[in-house]
Design a protein around this ligand. Sequence first.
Ligand code: ZN
Length: 294
Amino acid sequence: MEQNQETPLLTRRSLLVATAMGSAAILIGRRALAYDVVINPTAPELGDTISVIATPRTPASNQPIVTVNDSTEYPTFAFGNGQYRALIPTSPLDPPGRMVIRVIGTGETRNLAVGLKNRNFPIQRITLSPNRRSLGTQHEFDRVAAFRALVSPDRHWNGAMQRPNSGRISTQYGVRRYYNGVFSQDYYHRGLDYAAPTGSPVLSPAAGRIVLVGRVADGFELHGNTIGIDHGQGVLSIMIHLSRIDVNEGDRVQPGQVIGAVGNTGASTGPHLHWGLYVNGVCVDPAPWLAGRF
Ligand SMILES: [Zn+2]
């Protein structure tokens, strides 16, 4: 898989690189390297987005790719002064512990080790009727899956995202569930819920392009009325259970623009906005994005 020979990770000297901003990464090994790499945050926990910024040491360096644990590849995009950045998502489903991040360029690979910290998420216990019909149509699932896979090259967001509704948060990111006493390995709350009355405005958290509009009438019986926003470079917002949709597919939206209204459509037990933030196909914790870390 690698283009060059790498010595085992632990036999090489460690090097601490700190930037003026105070971020730091433990770099394993040092020789004539093609990139300087900074990873942020240095001590990520489940749900965090991990930024990997590679600075070419020579103009000959090409755009690198980034892999995690040799199993998943993430794209990099031009970032600032000739740098490249990849955004690595994590979620409550990831195993905590050592992650090996490789930055692979032409002829050179950087290996970096990051410890992904465990995090305790709140637990819900749900009782389901055995006769319950599962909601959702194939059309709905196909459209949402295609939305989540979208990675477009232009970055539309700029700085901190803003909260998409003024209501209080009624369900946090990452909540895990037991159904009828059995822990659900696959479930975590993929977003933030804001409790607000039907009709309360839903705002775009950042600039972007509307790439998904789904309505109950078109088969969105699980998500309800839905808006998907492409913020670029694999960063996407989905807003579900809406009562009203004010945008069309293809529209460009600005941060804070009203795009629809809170509702109770789809599989919802009361009026609220569910906002899911996806990075390269994985729903991440929006908190660091609301804090402007990317
Ligand atoms: Zn929700």
